[in-house]
Design a protein around this ligand. Structure first.
Ligand code: BGC
Length: 448
């Protein structure tokens, strides 16, 4: 097998974690109608069923934060895949709402673990000139998982026990992740932190030319030696010298989530129902999934060429314009001609997804996988991931509540999201720094 084939095999296996992330978060969009009908959910039970995955995901980073640096990147993902298997079965066979919530909590826990560990595993295995593209495989897999959940929803929508069939579908990638993870190598950088130097060199030789392997091996060892001299612990993340990466982990996810992405990913069918029939609304949601995946592939072409910052600026300006357009469509609902309003809403949402998918989507996971020093990388990127779930949960809970108020009717929610995105321009200018073409070790030297 050529070195490239091995790298892409590893990326595909690891990215299955992203597929499960996308599937298990996105499926709620299409499973809700059948859940409402069969389990007679009260509004508070409904928000618990939606929020359970996100709530569970907030705890995943605490588990991975302490175990990723101890057990290694591979073992922790094997554990997560088993949790996925158990959670998928429990959700699919749940006899009542409480067991369903328990299954969804477990799925969330597993998502929280893989979201914190897969991007960093990919970053540590990638050659520096391909790192952006490799880590973005994870984002691509998230979008494919979301798309898969919408398609499964479209296919099973009218079946009896539709939600059970939809949850069963998540069992298949969980098994694939488990088997695949047994086959891939451990991260050479993590092996070096444990003094398993020979194994590390062996893995590097599988992935790089002999010269590159030795150079990377020596560079990482040298860095670890320097780090040993000034002993570090996870508390270091909160020290002044790491303030910028700490802010990046909080800021990028605050902006990503408060740009309102998941108001659309989780509730688009409900939004489209105000314009179309039920089946057209589900089809329009499948369209969101397709556009999301295609635009992510487009973004992958540019991350390592243009760099992270130009894409971030483009995405922020583009999403702000689209959010404003959607907001105006609500604000002038009664005075706009129906056709124009429809175009502004559907066009605005689809174009928003494109701008998100080439920038804020991949950049969140990419930046937290590359800006932290090796010794605390597992812990730090887990904390970044925790921020993601916390903000995600806030948006998922607040969107349906705000929609019922005047903010929903006059487009206020979308104007709030637009303001957040515009504030993101300051974050992009003053906090984010360019990591294109730098090795993880070069990035780390910036803080020493
Ligand atoms: C975000 C998810 C979002 C997805 C949409 C990811 O980067 O973390 O919250 O649902 O993008 O594609």
């Amino acid at each position: 097998m050529s070195k490239n084939t091995i790298i892409y095999f590893i990326a595909a296996v690891a990215a299955t974690g992203g597929l499960l992330f996308g599937f298990d978060t996105g499926v709620i969009n299409v499973a809700l109608p059948s859940l409402r009908e069969q389990l007679q959910l009260t509004p508070s039970q409904e928000s618990m069923v939606v929020g359970a995955v996100l709530f569970g995901a907030m705890f995943g980073p605490f588990i991975s934060g302490f175990l990723t640096d101890k057990l290694g990147r591979k073992k922790i993902n094997i554990i997560a895949s088993l949790v996925f298997v158990v959670g998928s079965i429990l959700a699919a066979i749940a006899p009542d709402t409480n067991s369903l919530i328990a299954g969804r909590l477990l799925l969330g826990l597993a998502i929280g673990i893989v979201a914190a560990t897969v991007p960093l595993y990919l970053a540590e295995l990638s050659p520096k000139d391909k790192r952006g593209r490799m880590v973005t495989f994870f984002q691509l897999a998230i979008t494919l998982g979301i798309l898969l959940s919408y398609v499964v929803g479209y296919i099973f929508g009218d079946a009896e026990n539709a939600w059970r069939l939809m949850f069963w579908a998540g069992f298949v990638p969980a098994i694939i992740l488990f088997v695949g993870m047994l086959l891939v190598p451990e991260s050479p950088r993590w092996l070096l932190t444990k003094g398993r130097n020979e194994e590390a060199l062996k893995v590097l030789n599988q992935l790089r030319t002999p010269d590159e392997a030795v150079a990377e091996y020596n560079e990482t060892l040298k860095l670890l030696e320097e780090e040993k001299l000034n002993k570090s612990s996870w508390m270091e993340l909160f020290m002044p010298k790491l303030r910028i990466p700490l802010f990046i982990g909080i800021g990028i996810f605050a902006i990503q989530q408060f740009s309102g992405i998941n108001a659309i990913i989780y509730y688009s069918t409900d939004i489209f129902k105000s314009l179309f029939s039920d089946s057209q609304a589900t089809l329009a949601t499948v369209g969101v999934g397709i556009v999301n995946s295609l635009a992510t592939i487009l973004g992958m072409q540019f991350l390592d060429k243009w760099g992270r910052k130009p894409l971030l600026y483009t995405g922020l300006i583009g999403t702000a314009v689209c959010l404003g357009t959607v907001g105006l469509a609500f604000l002038f609902e009664s005075s706009l001609p129906a056709g124009l309003r429809q175009m502004m809403l559907v066009g605005g949402i689809y174009t928003y997804i494109i701008f998100f998918a080439i920038s804020l989507g991949p950049l969140g996971w990419l930046l937290i996988s590359e800006v932290y020093p090796l010794k605390i990388r597992g812990f730090a990127s887990s904390m970044g991931s925790f921020n993601h779930w916390f903000f995600d949960l806030m948006v998922a809970i607040s969107f349906p509540l705000m929609r019922a108020t005047s903010l929903g009717k006059n487009g206020g929610i979308f104007f709030i999201y637009m303001i957040v995105v515009l504030l993101g321009l300051f974050f992009a200018k003053f906090v984010v720094f360019e990591t294109k073409g730098l090795s993880l070790e070069d990035i780390e030297k910036k803080y020493n």
